[in-house]
Structures are given as structure tokens and as C-alpha cells.
Write a protein that binds this ligand. Sequence first.
Ligand code: ZN
Length: 259
Amino acid sequence: MIRVTVWNEYYHENPRYEHATTKAMELHPNGLHETVAEIVRELGADKVTVRTAWQDQPEHGLTEEVLSNTDVLIWWGHMKHHEVADEIVERVYNRVMEGMGFIGLHSAHHSKVFKKLNGTTCNLKWRDGTYERVFTTCPSHPIARGIPEHFELGVEECYGEFFDIAKPDDVVFQGWFDIGEVFRSGCTFTRGYGKIFYFQPGHETNLAFQNPYVRRIIQNAVEWCYSDVKAPYIGAPQIKTTLEDQRLEKAEGDYLRFF
Ligand code: ZN
């Protein structure tokens, strides 16, 4: 069972905020977190349990208890990245190091968590209202299962290179935009024991989350990002290994038996 938490800043489509837009509220009547949670739930109740959390909740909905019971965290944020408390960022970062999967969607590229995981600015070029075609550039990757060599995404916000990220493990998808830009739209990374996937489509007023291939990619990514590492995280504090002593004792025993 994969325990998924879908996190959202819950701003553009939240009627509590005067900056909320009609289009975003229409597209995500129960919040963008519910839009994405619904996609993940399609994996089936025998495979996933899904909960949601958002920024205005105490501790941004990401308490120690929630995170220690999360195998894969999906993140959508845009305007309020700077209001995410550093303490929570640290908590999420540490859980990724311990093996929690992390999926950053669309403008999550500028979230504090994603920037910390990359160690770079994660800046990019952008323009709204362009047309995007997505190419599969790593067809053998598990996240590309069931995805054709390219598909038409339609109207989507253009994200362009140079995208200032750490060198990805794999660039699974690449976007082409009708204004001439290209972008590494689907990238994987490994940090500590955690597997990370960044995926560019998903602007709040466009239809990306209704695209069947986008939905399949998010579902594939949830399965790929899951890991059940049993080893204690070796990062900080560092732990003393006993394995070498055991190997030496065994080798010595084998040697003495030989004579
Ligand atoms: Zn956007």
C-alpha cells in the first residue's frame, strides 16, 4: 500500500482569497489538491491511500505524524512559497532523505523544498498561454509506461530553458512550445534514499490535469517514487558501521578452517 499525501498551497482556487479566479475555482471546485488526489485514487484502493493537506492548516498540514505516514508527497504551490515555514521545509527534506518520494508539479519548481533538494535557484523562463507538445525522451523509464512517443497537451504555460536545476538522473519528458521554447518537463532525481520527480504541466487555469497522459504520468510517478528502504538513514548524524567487523571475523574464521 502506497500512502500518498497531496499538498497544495490552496490559493488561486480558494474562495477565501480575493485573488482567486473564477476559472481556477470552476476547474478545481474542491481545491487543486482534490483534483490531483482524484488522479492518484484511480490507481485503486488496493494500491494507494490518499490524503490531502494545504498551506493554511496548522504546520501546513504536514505534521510529524502525517509525514511519517507518507510514502509519497505530491506538491503544488505557486504564489505563497515564501510563506512556507523553514521548519516544515526541513521536516519534508529530512523525510525525503529517509526515503519518502517527492513529486513536484508545475510551479512547485520554485518551492523551498524543491530548491533545497536541488541546491540551485530552479529559475526558468516563462510565458502564459502557449501551446505545448510533450515528447517522451526516456521511453524505457517506468514513469513513461503507457505514454506514446509524444502527445499534444494543448494550451499550457510555457516554461523554458535554461532551467536551473541539478543535473537530473533522467529526463523522461521534454516539452516543446509553439513559441519556439523547449523544456525538460519531466525529470527524476535521487536524494538520500528518496526518489524525486518534477513534472511541468499543471497550470491552475489550464486543462493539463484532465489530459489522460498527464494523469497516467502522475500515477506512474507515484508508483516509481515509492520505496520501502529498510536501512536507517545514514546522513546525519553519521552512524558507525559494524558490517566490516563482521566480514573480517567471517573471513578469518573461513581462513582458519581451511588449515
Ligand atoms: Zn502556472
